[in-house]
Design a protein around this ligand. Sequence first.
Ligand code: SF4
Length: 472
Amino acid sequence: MGKNLLEKVWSAHAVRELPTGQTQLFIGLHLIHEVTSPQAFEDLRRRGWKVLHPERTFATVDHIVPTDTRSRPLADPLAEEMLSALEKSCSEQGIPLFHLGDDRQGIVHVVGPELGLTQPGMTIACGDSHTSTHGAFGSIAFGIGTSQVRDVLASQCLALDRLKVRRIAVRGHLPPGTYAKDVILTIIRKLGVQGGVGYAYEYAGEAVDRMSMEERMSICNMSIEGGARVGYVNPDRTTFAYMKGRPHAPAGAAWDRAVTWWESMASDPDASYDDEVEIDGARLQPTVTWGIHPGQSVEIGEKLPSPDDSPPIDRASIAEALAFMSFRPGAPIAGTRIDVAFIGSCTNGRLSDLREAARIVRGRRVASHVKALVVPGSRQVRKAAEAEGLHEIFIDSGFEWRDAGCSMCLAMNPDKLSGRQVCASSSNRNFKGRQGSPTGRTLLMSPAMVAAAAIRGEVADVREMLPEPALA
Ligand code: SF4
């Protein structure tokens, strides 16, 4: 019987089995940022410990950085304190820091892959829930808390429970106007926000095989929203083509050796799984969340659920979500008026996301009542987008064009909703208060759907706005 990728990566990195039944797992790459690291470094300092592997540790600033200015000190004294703490810790411990003004700065889950730090067969940890993003490369990537950040800094290891593996095969070709975001929102809706607890998700099938690395990252990114600890895609030619020539990727003879090893880490054709699920990709529709967790979504043509028509177990949560959102049961999601449109985040702030959104907004104007912003996931994304003139398309349409950071995904910086505003967002969480206003309302969707909503001023079907395919 063959092995799946998780089993292979797990045994390649297992240091020992612990008396608790957990595995002590060596972590190949540790990515850190300004929010979850200060206390961890402080703890190390208090104990007089050094970072064990500074050469396997990389820092960036993303969560709290303003996206409309890079000047210091930051207006928010707490944010300034976090930046200063990270600067000090990185300088003391010899850790590279992709700082404000550095061309490599950006959201930690955008920066790792684009610099070639994220590699197949690796174990990766970062103090952010959406670390599962890196699984798109065939790595096993864990989001961890501050005390675990300290553990990895001190020992380069984590104590972890073994995971079961669920293979999710997405069959067929995605129809025009549907994207990786629609795939993952559909998976979470189908399997539930707790459905992946105790599992790693292996994404496979023709639709995933055909996806770019950026699309695979969007899917793996939201694994955690479905309860899965990690999500991954087996490495293949698409993976290697993306990685080749990136600054931290192996080069020369080391590249060939690395590819051989990476290929060996992919799941064997006769690997076994704890569960298998199929999704028909050809039947997907543009999907939008209507509630207060990412599992509460509908296709664009569907009506919102009614507690009375729902299974008893879901009634209370549906009623709570409808009340919070001020939505009527049975109302259509299409036509819901929005106030803010946000394109960005580690889920959908990459170059291909911006290209697709620009295709929709080109030659059109953002509705007069909508505040619309594009926040590239990294400085490199921003630079590449500007080289293609995408920034001009967005600015001409009425979008604000910002600098790299997490921005309105988490609203730990000045980009926040106010009051009851409704935001069409390409980010990953629609929890109450997630975008900075305790009463603000978030509708998650693909970047192209956000672009369509910005133009129409309400939730709209992007398929009605797709440009005609160019004639051959
Ligand atoms: S964009 Fe959002 S989910 Fe991603 S790293 Fe930043 S805050 Fe976390």
